[in-house]
Design a protein around this ligand. Sequence first.
Ligand SMILES: [Cu+2]
Length: 207
Amino acid sequence: MSKGGERRRQSSPAYGSADSGTTLMGVMGARRSRHSARAPAALWLLAAVLLLLVAHAAPQKYGKPDPCYRECVSGETMVCKYDFHEEIYNALNAACGRCADGEFGDCFLEACVQVDGVERTVYSINRMLPGPAIHVCVGDTVIVDLHVLLPGHADTLHWHGLHQRDTPYMDGVSMVTQCPVLSGDIFRYQFVVDAPGTYFYHPHNGK
Ligand SMILES: [Cu+2]
């Protein structure tokens, strides 16, 4: 949610507006796009499509805080670095305490992935689903080190809606702009955010 131009309050919802902010939302564990390879049936079942949320989601609740979550000032840019650990993870696991037994407060414990309240396996980033929101300002450089921890699988992250004019190889579509990243490998995405708005990222499974 960057605010290019004038100073504006961070709490101002950029979501779905023509505001000058940029927010990248994580949509993991869920749907892969049409052009992605087929995932095992189990994973399809397990992964629910979770879309967009919060315009001003809190900084990453698991892992390091969002380094660039700030009030944007025109001309003041930052380099914003993130580590994303993408792994197969179980929703409603022990991290959720007694969430499934009706202890509502437990459902919001750190690293608890609720999905739709059904135990299942999902792809998560930093044990969050949706993945961590990235809040940056126009002109910021986003660096995401994607650690793929998906035994038997390979993946990429597609930064949906960003033009990537000078960095097309950072678009993140498997077999189109890059080869999929094998499990155990790390791939660095690096690009400058040149447009305000709210966007989402999602995986492109390739194997
Ligand atoms: Cu995509």
